[in-house]
Write a protein that binds this ligand. Structure first.
Ligand code: M6R
Length: 611
C-alpha cells in the first residue's frame, strides 16, 4: 500500500525523501512523487512507475529545501498515472496533501467544493482534502484549524500528511486506520508510514493512534486526540534492524500479513458499500440490470488459494444470482473446451494477475466471446489488462509465498459482488443493509480472534507439530476453508494434509482415522451444523484427535473435541473470512516449530508465470 515520508530539519530534503521512499518500496506502488517547500512556494514532482522515473526527473531539476514530503502510490481511486500520483494540491498550489487509505465520502464533498468554485485536477479521493482546507482558510482560519475542520468532515480510513507553503516548517499528520509514525530527531523530525525509512535518522518513535493528529516542526511534536485535546506520549526506542523494520517487528512476512487482514479486508470494502442507500459501487466494474440479465451462466477460473476463494464465491454468487456457476482450475479449463458464449460471465481470480494457467483460461474464455472480469490484487497486471471489468482487492503487496490476506480480501470481493448481483436483480434494499453492517464489523472480529486465540493456537501447534498427516473437514461455505487449511499446512510445514467435505469422510478418508491423526474441523453455526457434529462423532468414535473451530461459547463442541478454537459469530456467507484465520495461524506455528523456511517454502514461487 502507499508509502509516506515527511521531513522537517536542516538536511537537504530531496535525498532524505527519495531514500525514505526506497525503504518503503517493499509496500508496492505504481507511481511516486515529492513536494519540497522553498520560501512560500511548493514544488511538486511526480512520475508514473518506479522511483527511478522520479529520480530521472529530479536529476534534470535543481530542487532545494529542508522541508518536504514524499509518497509512493498504490492506486485505489483513479488510474495509476502521473496525474493521479501524490502529492495533490488545492487551487492555490500551496496546500499539499499525501494520503494512504480511502476517503469514503469524497464524492459529495467534491461536488460541494466544485459548486463553490474549486477546480479539481485528478480522479483521486485525496485531492478533496486539499480543497477542503483551502476553503476553510479562505475565511481567515489558521492552517492547523483548517486541517482540524477538514478532519471532522472526512469519513473513511486515512493516514494523511499535509503541508502549507504559507506555513513553512509545519507538517500535520493525521491517522484514522493506516499506520503513521513520527521519528524524533535532533533538530529534525520525520513522519512516515512505518519505521523503516526513519531508522537512518532516529530510533525514537511515536506511534499515532486512530483519531489522533500531530503538528510537527523542526523542534517540537504536538499530539492531539480527535476532540483536539493535547495528548502526551513518550517516544519508544526501536531496536529493530532494517529487515525487521520492513516486517514491522514480525518474525516473518506471513505472520505480518496474517495480522494485516483487518486492515486489508476493510480497505477492500471501504468506498464500495453504502449502508444508508444499500448500494454497492465498484469504480472499475459497471454492469446494468439489463446487462446482468443476459448472463445465463458464470465460470470462475483460478489456481491454488485463489481457487479456494472461487469455491466460496460460487456458494455466495449462486445463491444471489440463481444461475449455474462452475469453478475451474485454470490449468484444466484451458484444455477442456468449456461451453462459453457471449451469455457467459467469466471471473478470473488471481492475487498476482500473472498466473499463467489462470491467464490462459481467461484468454480461452475471451476468445469464445465471454464477458471477462478479474478479481485481482495487482493494478496493471495481465489479468486486469485483458478484462472488461476489475474488482481490485486492496490487500497491499503480499510478500510471503503462502497467501493469507490476499485470500480474505478475495472473499470480501466475492461477498460484495454477491450483494451487487442482488442489487442488479432488484432485491430488497433492507437485506443488503444488514449484510453490509455484518461486513463492516468483520475487521473488528478478526482483531478479536487474533487477540484471544493466537497464543492458544501456538500452544496447539506445539502439541500437534510432530504429526505426519492432518485431515481438514468442513461443509458448505466452510468446505473450501478445509481445502485452504490443508494447502497452507502442506506448503509451509511440508506435512501431508487433505481437505475434505465432512459428509464425504465416510466414503474413504475415514479409513485413515486413528489416534495419530489430528482432524481440524470447522463446525460453526450454519444450516448443516448438526450434520457436521454427527460427522465429528464418527471421527471421535475411531479415536481421531479433534481440533474444532467453532463459534464462541459452543459447549456441545467443547464436550466433543480434544481442543477447540473459538471464533466470533457472524452470518454464514462471511464465516470463511473468520474460520480461515485459525488455519493460517496453525500452519504458521507448526512450520515455525519444525524450523521450516516460512516465507520462501521449498519448490514454491509467489507467482507461477509458467505453465
Ligand atoms: O497469484 P494467484 O492468486 O493467481 O496465485 C495462485 C496460486 O499460485 C497461489 O494462490 C498459491 O496457491 C499460493 N502459494 C497459496 O498460498
Amino acid at each position: 500500500m502507499c508509502g509516506i515520508i515527511g521531513y522537517v530539519g536542516t538536511r537537504d530534503v530531496v535525498p532524505v525523501l527519495i531514500g525514505g521512499l526506497k525503504k518503503l518500496e517493499y509496500r508496492g506502488y505504481d507511481s511516486a512523487g515529492i513536494a519540497v517547500v522553498n520560501g512560500e512556494g511548493v514544488e511538486v514532482v511526480r512520475a508514473e512507475g518506479k522511483l527511478s522515473n522520479l529520480e530521472s526527473k529530479l536529476g534534470e531539476m535543481e530542487l532545494e529545501g529542508t522541508f518536504g514530503m514524499g509518497h509512493t502510490r498504490w492506486a485505489t481511486h483513479g488510474k495509476p498515472n502521473e496525474n493521479n500520483a501524490h502529492p495533490h494540491r488545492d487551487c492555490t498550489g500551496r496546500v499539499v496533501v499525501i494520503h494512504n487509505g480511502i476517503i469514503e465520502n469524497f464524492l459529495p464533498l467534491k461536488q460541494k467544493l466544485q459548486a463553490a468554485g474549486h477546480q479539481f485536477k485528478t480522479e483521486t479521493d485525496t485531492e478533496v482534502v486539499a480543497h477542503l482546507i483551502e476553503e476553510t482558510m479562505k475565511s481567515g482560519a489558521r492552517f492547523v484549524d483548517a486541517v482540524r475542520s477538514a478532519l471532522k468532515q472526512i469519513e473513511g480510513h486515512y493516514a494523511l500528511v499535509i503541508i502549507n507553503g504559507k506555513d513553512p516548517g509545519t507538517i500535520i499528520a493525521a491517522k484514522h486506520g493506516p499506520p503513521l509514525v513520527i521519528g524524533i530527531g535532533e533538530n529534525e523530525n520525520l513522519v512516515a508510514s512505518d519505521v523503516a525509512p526513519l531508522l537512518a535518522y532516529t530510533r525514537n518513535i511515536i506511534y499515532l493512534e486512530d483519531g489522533e493528529y500531530a503538528v510537527v516542526d523542526q523542534k517540537r511534536v504536538q499530539l492531539f486526540d480527535e476532540h483536539d485535546n493535547a495528548v502526551r506520549r513518550e517516544p519508544k526506542k526501536i531496536l529493530w534492524d532494517a529487515v525487521m523494520a520492513e516486517k514491522e517487528g514480525y518474525r516473518h512476512y506471513m505472520l505480518k500479513e496474517i495480522h494485516e487482514q483487518p486492515r486489508a479486508v476493510r480497505d477492500t470494502f471501504t468506498g464500495r458499500m453504502f449502508e444508508e442507500s444499500g448500494d454497492i459501487y465498484f469504480n472499475e466494474l459497471e454492469l446494468t440490470p439489463a446487462q446482468w440479465s443476459k448472463f445465463r451462466r458464470v465460470h470462475i477460473v483460478a489456481c491454488g488459494t485463489s481457487w479456494h476463494a472461487a469455491l466460496v464465491g460460487k456458494f455466495l454468487l449462486e445463491e444471489a444470482a440463481r444461475i449455474p456457476i462452475e469453478v475451474d482450475y485454470g490449468s484444466e479449463y484451458r484444455y477442456r473446451n468449456p461451453i462459453v458464449d457471449e451469455e457467459t460471465l467469466v471471473i478470473g481470480v488471481t492475487q498476482s494477475g500473472e498466473t499463467a494457467d489462470t491467464i490462459a483460461g481467461m484468454q480461452e474464455a475471451k476468445a469464445k466471446g465471454a464477458q471477462l472480469i478479474a478479481i485481482c490484487n495487482v493494478i496493471g497486471s495481465a489479468a486486469t489488462r485483458m478484462s472488461q471489468g476489475v474488482i481490485y482487492t486492496n490487500a497491499g503487496p503480499e510478500i510471503g509465498v503462502a497467501s493469507t490476506k490476499a485470500f480474505t480480501t478475495q472473499l470480501t470481493a466475492f461477498y460484495l459482488l454477491s450483494l451487487y448481483v442482488r442489487q442488479l436483480r432488484g432485491e430488497p434494499v433492507d437485506d443488503r443493509r444488514y449484510a453490509m453492517h455484518e461486513m463492516r464489523v468483520i475487521p473488528h472480529k478478526i482483531e478479536h480472534l487474533l487477540k484471544t486465540q493466537e497464543k492458544h493456537i501456538e500452544r496447539l501447534a506445539h502439541k500437534y507439530s510432530t504429526a505426519q498427516d492432518f485431515l481438514f473437514l468442513g461443509r458448505g461455505v466452510n468446505y473450501p476453508i478445509a481445502l485452504e487449511g490443508a494447502l497452507k499446512l502442506k506448503e509451509i510445514s511440508y506435512i501431508h494434509a487433505e481437505g475434505y467435505p465432512a459428509g464425504e469422510m465416510k466414503h474413504g478418508p475415514i479409513a485413515l482415522i486413528d489416534e495419530n491423526l489430528p482432524i481440524v474441523a470447522i463446525a460453526t453455526h450454519t444450516p448443516v451444523y448438526d450434520k457436521v457434529v454427527s460427522n465429528l462423532q464418527e471421527a471421535k468414535a475411531r479415536d481421531g484427535k479433534l481440533i474444532v473451530i467453532c463459534d464462541e461459547g459452543d459447549q456441545a463442541i467443547r464436550n466433543l473435541a480434544d481442543d477447540v478454537i473459538e471464533i466470533p459469530w457472524t452470518v454464514e456467507p462471511l464465516q470463511p473470512i473468520l474460520s480461515v484465520v485459525p488455519t493460517q495461524l496453525l500452519a504458521y506455528y507448526i512450520a515455525l516449530r519444525r524450523g521450516a523456511d516460512i516465507d520462501q517454502p521449498r519448490n514454491l514461487a509467489k507467482s507461477v508465470t509458467v505453465e
